[in-house]
Ligand binder design. Structure first.
Ligand SMILES: [Zn+2]
Length: 261
């Protein structure tokens, strides 16, 4: 049995267990709940976009085209995609999920993640959420990326492994920082958990986060996973802050999103 087959075999066993436990914690949600109106003005992200980071293009510019940012500084992750634009229309449903503990949109979020990640999810082995530092997790009661990752794993063939990465130091909030500041802030902040190297090695990994701003956090996570031998690391986010690529100035959205750090 090859490494890949072994992976799948373990997955199918663990998934059954996870699923049984999950239904107690998260009862299946009515997909057309009272929140339908909240979704009317949502802007969905899709092709055409930068092949690498998913930055939306106005016109199709050919297969594999990259945005200016990725041409200048190629991210370490294999690719990144987000489902929604982070803007006035999506802010409330995302922040109420992030800070208010409102999880009634979870199944819809998961369906959107699956749509956005359709290019790499069919080959994914494991789904790994971006970890929060312990103190922050306690304050917020749960890690929303963990909830997203778990919900996504239920509707894909990948196994959900929330303990693959850990934060090895607390970082200042990413909100209001410049792109360079964000990058410095998260450098050296993550590590593959002891005992998880074997799982990571050779695996196709999908990293999950709620909101992508500059991608610095995703890149820092991807880089430690790749260093541990991951075959590829794709990042999948619920929403993405879209701003002009030329100005990497964060002032525009800093009040809007207290970036996860
Ligand atoms: Zn790009």
């Amino acid at each position: 049995m090859g490494k890949r087959e072994a992976f799948r075999a373990v997955q199918s066993v663990t998934r059954g267990v996870t699923r049984a436990g999950l239904d107690i914690v998260l009862p299946p949600q009515d997909p057309f709940s009272k929140s339908d109106k909240d979704w009317e003005d949502i802007q969905y992200l899709d092709e055409p976009c930068c092949h690498k980071c998913g930055f939306p293009f106005e016109y199709a510019v050919g297969e594999g085209a990259l945005c200016a940012g990725c041409l200048a500084r190629p991210p370490r992750y294999t690719s990144a995609r987000a489902a929604l634009v982070y803007n006035d229309a999506s802010r409330d449903i995302i922040l109420s999920f992030k800070h208010g503990g409102r999880t009634e949109n979870l199944s819809r979020f998961a369906a959107q993640l699956r749509r956005a990640g359709r290019g790499f999810l069919p080959d994914a082995d494991i789904i790994v959420p971006v970890p929060l530092h312990r103190t922050r997790r306690i304050r917020r009661r749960y890690n929303q990326s963990t909830l997203l990752g778990r919900a996504l794993a239920r509707i894909t063939n990948a196994s959900f492994e929330p303990d693959s990465l850990r934060r090895i130091r607390a970082t200042a909030s990413q909100g209001g920082q410049s792109a360079a500041g964000r990058k410095r802030n998260v450098q050296g902040a993550f590590a593959v958990k002891e005992g998880k190297q074997d799982r990571v090695s050779g695996a196709n990994i999908v990293l999950i986060d709620d909101v992508m701003t500059t991608g610095a956090t995703l890149d820092a996570c991807a880089s430690v996973l790749l260093r541990s031998g991951a075959n590829r690391v794709d990042a999948l986010c619920l929403a993405r802050v879209i701003r002009e690529q030329r100005s990497q100035n964060d002032s525009q959205n800093k009040d809007a999103f207290d970036g996860k750090s």
